[in-house]
Design a protein around this ligand. Structure first.
Ligand code: AQP
Length: 346
């Protein structure tokens, strides 16, 4: 039986962190067993905010190295960078003409990223979610593993796919391009917001998500951090003066404590209850060193493997080129059908 197709991406915007790792990459690795996976380094998304060209090249290789170091099999599955497959941009244009301005106006990520200076944000940043819809729909992907922050964009992708299917329903039927069990041309992709930690929070503020663009490096644990830096960041992580509670309910209203317990649970592969069974009643002076030790234990092998892979940029580029070729082989015929549906002369 055909395995369900998975698509997801990570932006090469530097500072790959524990949130990206637990919220996305670890999940990508797990899904390989029983899915056909396409994992993309989304460099076209990255330039929606200014990127230094040399840094972008470096980060593209770094994200690829992180994928491989974490255990993604680029031979069995597909790993590539977005800009090498032109169908992403081409399909995004068609979908731009399907998506409504009112829908994009509701996207909270744009509001957060554009901030007060909205007039000065790039058009690309505003259009980011449509490009994301194109990424997914270009492969007829059925499942999309993402962190909690991407939920709204996934809902928009489904709305765009649904509207395309409705707007062109007659033409799709006429050309015999309706998927058998789906009834439309584009399947409606399912978000997979699961896994060990779908929302890892900043170490400086438990109400904000851990993010690459936070100006404070102390807010996140980078995959490239050495053990001393990791230990120092955890030692300095914001907490409250109370000891850890005995129960999960006791974490309510304590976002920083909840975040650290969540990170411990995710990395140890145990539940929050298990962590509190071990550390409930103990102070952060005892919990933080144990957490630091665990983070170092889990991230060190990934970090070392990333360094080894990054030492051979030629190999990384070859992985991406090969992946792009195989990605194109899937996306090109789908986009040819889109052109037929829309009525472009070919
Ligand atoms: N804090 C997080 N917790 C769990 N998952 C997260 N992801 C990001 N932050 C967290 C998930 O990582 C995947 C790749 O993210 P991305 O790099 O494409 O974009 P992002 O969400 O914009 O990442 P950042 O770190 O927040 O970057 P900036 O600071 O530029 O906005 C996605 O699946 C995402 O959900």
């Amino acid at each position: 039986m055909k395995k369900p197709r998975v698509f997801s991406g990570v932006q090469p915007t530097g500072n790959l962190h524990l949130g990206n790792y637990l919220g996305a990459i670890v999940r990508f690795v797990d899904l390989q067993k029983d899915h056909e996976c396409i994992y993309c380094v989304v460099d076209m998304h990255a330039i929606t905010v200014w990127q230094d060209p040399k840094e972008l090249l470096r980060s593209t290789r770094e994200v690829t190295a992180a994928f491989l170091a974490a255990g993604i099999d680029a031979k069995e599955h597909i790993v590539f960078n977005q800009s090498q497959v032109s169908q992403h941009a081409e399909l995004a244009w068609v979908l731009n003409c399907v998506a409504r301005i009112g829908w994009l106006n509701r996207m909270t990520q744009f509001k957060e990223k554009a901030g007060k200076n909205r007039e000065n944000a790039s058009v690309g940043l505003y259009d980011y979610p449509v490009l994301m819809a194109a990424d997914i729909l270009a492969y007829h992907a059925e499942k999309v593993p993402v962190g909690e922050d991407q939920k709204q964009h996934l809902e928009l992708t489904r709305d765009i796919a649904q509207k395309f299917n409705n707007d062109y329903a007659e033409r799709i039927a006429e050309l015999g391009l309706a998927g058998e069990e789906k009834g439309g041309f584009f399947p409606l992709p399912e978000p997979l917001i699961q896994g060990p930690a779908t929302r890892v929070m900043s170490l400086r503020d438990g109400t904000k998500k851990m993010s690459k663009s936070d100006p404070s490096d102390y807010s996140r644990i980078n995959l490239s951090d050495d053990p001393d830096t990791i230990a120092k960041k955890i030692r300095k992580a914001k907490t409250d003066p109370e000891p850890l509670p005995e129960t999960v309910e006791g974490l309510e209203g304590r976002p920083e404590a909840a975040n650290l317990v969540g990170i411990y649970a995710a990395l140890a592969g145990v539940s929050h209850e298990d962590v509190l069974r071990q550390f409930g009643g103990k102070g952060f002076a005892e919990f933080k060193p144990a957490l630091a030790e665990l983070v170092v234990e889990k991230l060190s092998p990934v970090n070392a493997e990333m360094k080894r892979i990054l030492a051979d940029p030629g190999y990384i580029d070859e992985v991406l080129r090969d992946g792009a070729e195989r990605a194109r082989a899937i996306a090109a015929p789908i986009f040819e059908d889109v052109k037929r549906i829309v009525g472009f002369l070919m």
